[in-house]
Design a protein. Structure first.
Lengths: 262, 252
């Protein structure tokens, strides 16, 4: 009766590695706090270059997340609700940026969208300049963040199952109506958590951006790039900005948790 | 299962604890650790081979990177025997903290050169050409030594470059040029030399306004200061100078 609901006690030894693991994550974050020059903190994070970098990061990450949703939702639906030859392979390929070092992604993007890349000439004819533009930053961020949305939404879709969709369909609802009225509300928490993960990944993007987009204040120099550059000359500013990025990340995760997911 | 997890945890902790305890070896095999600016990598590897050939049982290990990164690591107690910086500013940081044994010696110098893709699509021929709005120019950020030199050249010549990107390092600038993303980049003479036929170098007279001097010194915390000094002597001596000259470095 109460079999499933009673909490099963954990073996005590579990707590030792669990605590060590937690400490391993928390301690470096605490170490940042100890190194912040609090007297200069505000002036360091409100300098022109810092504000530009934070604004650019928030702007590009938002656009990237939007693109992830626009392309990722259909991709997750195709992967979760259909079956076709080569689907397994397709899934692996789509999720590849998850495990690829970002710098490799940057090189791949360079040879695709760069001026001398596969599509570079096409873009030039269309009058779109990708090289060294904010567009390049968004492309880099979308490339690395898209799999996060696909993987979490596909999981949500599979868990939800197709029963309600089948019922709606037999009651005469057209596929688009089924998607809008049944599927979407059902997997909304999964979609939100996927979008939040994508946003967080885009916000932290460094390797692909520096390889592919370059680094110029207000155009392509996002917060992680600014932190990396400040390290060269002003370690205090780098630490202060790192803390800002940590805070933004905590707020984003907190917001998502508040919505009851992740 | 239980034992396996515990074993893994112990392993993890012990590797974390002993990571810094690298010894410089016994009498028979010694390791000399040299921290050197990234632009020195190919020359120093060659000099290192000569050093190993001259000193039986000695292994020369290099850590190449941005000079400011390297000096920060040395300040944090990294186990280095020799430090070669790409500018005097970063060497001064090391001497100010009494990390260098004796006085550092200038052993080479480097000036800027324009690098363009082999087909030179923007037709760059002079420093002024880099100021043209249609030319996509990539430079180093002012925070790193090559960027400071770029700023110095602009100040001295009165030419104002509007770069499309300010990169973190010379390598990043060079990559943007070799991949054809940028029409031109400002890098060191030695970088153009090292890139071979992947880029074309264009010298400009204003480059002599800013000369980067490379100092080298044995470090005070070295476990074998005599050996460290011998490496410094090799670099500053005829054999080392020849290798550096072949790579495009000028005399200090």
């Amino acid at each position: 009766m109460a079999h499933g609901s009673r909490q099963v006690g954990l073996p005590t030894w579990v707590f030792v590695p669990a605590a060590a693991g937690a400490l391993f994550v928390v301690l470096p974050l605490a170490a940042i706090l100890t190194r912040v020059e609090w007297s200069d903190f505000f002036s360091l994070i409100t300098s022109d270059s810092s504000v530009d970098a934070l604004q650019l990061s928030l702007r590009t990450s938002s656009v990237s997340t939007l693109l992830c949703v626009v392309f990722g939702v259909p991709m997750a639906m195709v992967l979760a609700r259909t079956s076709f030859r080569g689907q397994q392979l397709m899934r692996s390929l789509v999720l590849l940026p998850l495990v690829l070092p970002p710098v490799v992604g940057g090189i791949a993007l360079l040879y695709t969208f760069g001026r001398r890349g596969l599509l570079g000439h096409t873009f030039e004819v269309l009058g779109i300049e990708v090289a060294f533009s904010t567009t390049a930053v968004v492309l880099a961020q979308t490339f690395v963040a898209l799999p996060f949305l696909v993987v979490s939404l596909e999981g949500a879709l599979r868990t939800a199952g197709g029963r309600y969709e089948a019922v709606a369909s037999t009651l005469g609802a057209r596929p688009t109506t089924v998607f809008r009225r049944v599927t979407l509300p059902l997997v909304l928490p999964g979609l939100v958590s996927g979008a939040v993960l994508s946003f967080a990944r885009a916000l932290g993007e460094f390797g692909a951006t520096i390889t592919f987009a370059g680094s110029l204040q207000g155009v392509t120099r996002t917060l992680p790039l600014e932190i990396y550059l400040q390290r060269e000359s002003d370690a205090d500013a780098a630490v202060a900005l790192s803390l800002v990025l940590v805070i933004v990340a905590v707020v984003v995760i907190g917001l998502a948790r508040g919505r009851g997911e992740i | 299962m239980k034992r396996w997890v515990l074993g893994a945890a112990v392993l993890l902790l012990s590797t974390a604890a002993c990571g810094s305890g690298e010894s410089s070896g016994s009498e028979e095999s010694k390791t000399l650790t040299v921290y050197a600016a990234a632009s020195l990598s190919s020359s120093f590897e060659e000099i290192g081979k000569q050093f190993e050939a001259d000193h039986e049982g000695v292994k020369v290990k290099f850590s190449f990177g941005g000079s400011s990164d390297l000096v920060a690591q040395i300040q944090q107690g990294a186990p280095a025997d020799v430090f070669a910086s790409a500018d005097t500013k970063n060497m001064d940081k090391a001497t100010a903290d009494d990390l260098v044994e004796g006085d550092p010696v200038d052993f080479a110098s480097n000036t800027l050169e324009i690098a363009v893709p082999p087909d030179n699509p923007a037709g760059v021929a002079s420093l002024e050409d880099l100021a043209k709005p249609a030319t996509k120019v990539v430079v180093c950020a002012a925070e790193v030594p090559c960027g400071a030199a770029t700023q110095g050249v602009q100040d001295a010549s009165g030419v104002t470059i509007k770069p499309v990107s300010e990169e973190q390092s010379v390598t990043d600038v060079l990559n943007k040029v070799t991949s054809g993303e940028a029409d031109a980049g400002l890098v060191y003479v030695t970088d153009v030399e090292a890139a071979g036929d992947k880029v074309k170098g264009i010298t400009f007279p204003e480059s002599s306004e800013v000369v980067n001097t490379y100092p080298i010194g044995a470090l005070a915390d070295s476990k074998d200061k005599d050996l460290a000094q011998e490496f410094v002597d090799l670099v500053t001596g005829d054999a080392g100078q020849k290798v550096l000259a072949d790579a495009g470095f000028a005399k200090p």
